[in-house]
Design a protein around this ligand. Sequence first.
Ligand code: HAM
Length: 450
Amino acid sequence: MSNQIKRPKGTQDILPSEAAKWRTVEDAVREAAEQFGFREIRTPDFEETGLYVRSAGATSDVVTKEMYTVSSTGDSSFTLRPEGTAGVVRAMLENGLMNEGFPQKVYYLAQCYRHEKPQAGRYREFKQFGVEMFGTQSPYADAEIILLASTVLERCGLENVTLHINSIGCPECRAKYREALRSFFLPHVEELCPTCRERLDKNPMRLLDCKSPICKGIAAGAPLITNYLCDGCREHFDALKEILTEYGVEFTVDPKIVRGLDYYTKTVFEFISQDIGSQGTVCGGGRYDGLVSELGGQQVPALGFGLGLERLIMTMEAAGVEFEPAKTCDLYIAPMGAEAQKKSALLADAVRRAGYAAETDLVGRGIKPQMRYADKIKAKFVCVIGDNELSCGEAKLKNMATGEETPVKLEEFMTGFSNLMLNEIFDGELGETIGRLVEGLEPAEEQPEG
Ligand code: HAM
């Protein structure tokens, strides 16, 4: 054990017993995104370092402390994706998608890497479901993005994740607000933590985000951005609040939300869970109307969000949401002897081609351990094939839930097995649904005789 290599700190192994949960949430987020008209985009796991410096901001935590940067040959420097937005904007520009008409709507499921101090809900490798929308100023777009995140959370069975929104204005209103913040914090400079002292000059809004109790105490009395919004930004924010109210999406206005990445303008929002500890922000996003031009494109308004799948699953577990079990084996064929093994392999292959999951023995085990294995993999049906079955050309399919055995001719094996599976399906939930539908149908009008 001692000389075994361990997984890196802040990463996770997702074992087969857990993978079904991931598939469930990945399927749910994909389905919701596609229903809202977003199309999938996949971008590289690493990009030129400059892309993240220009987008996240040179003073952001991501850039100053958290990037996994590798320098390869020559002068090039690459960084593992710390977040999804920058790479998507680069790809949209590089592939001309911004010229294909607006709005452009894309989504992604992407591994992200940040060199943070690991703790519950905070990893060095994590997975984001993100969406980005380009080419619209409308507050309806902000509302739609928020509605999508809220739909995802609702479909994942979460009710206690609260939405917090704010507007951090455009560069003009923000310049005035920054000045106000500087003047407010300056008399307290000696009391501030070293990071905040450093940030006071370059990025005073980040002081509102500091977790140190002393800085937090001082920031409690700081001026609020909501009092510095220009008319345009205020109208946009008011319209968003009105639309969310119309949609029935509950929210709290929190003027202290500033977000950790520098590209945001106007709307910012977070969905926060109280059930998973201090790293409770399950989803965060907002508008970034200046980023596309910052990265070399035209002035294109844009917005989106990132939702951390680890935190989503943690919140679902904390809420007691039941996940669907992993797909189990439909048929286990237990061969006894070399001839039977050959036949079993062929039958398993035919069953899989018909769309079912099938396994047979690959280890050369006796019948008892094979039956234990069939139990362990929760096979729905088991079929034993030995010399007897081969010579009489017939075997029994045993339903493991009921113990019922049905004889099938080996020559007609697929028909026999398919019939049993269909019975299972129709006796189950699908059968009930069809039964209800059929009952609901009006009886056909009788034709008069003659
Ligand atoms: P972000 O707030 O940095 O925003 O991250 C979005 C989400 O990713 C967080 O709410 C959280 O669920 C998850 N997350 C972030 N860091 C970690 C971590 N170390 N461990 C586990 N989960 C984490 C963005 O990344 C923006 N790109 C979102 C966006 C898209 N804004 C506009 N478009």
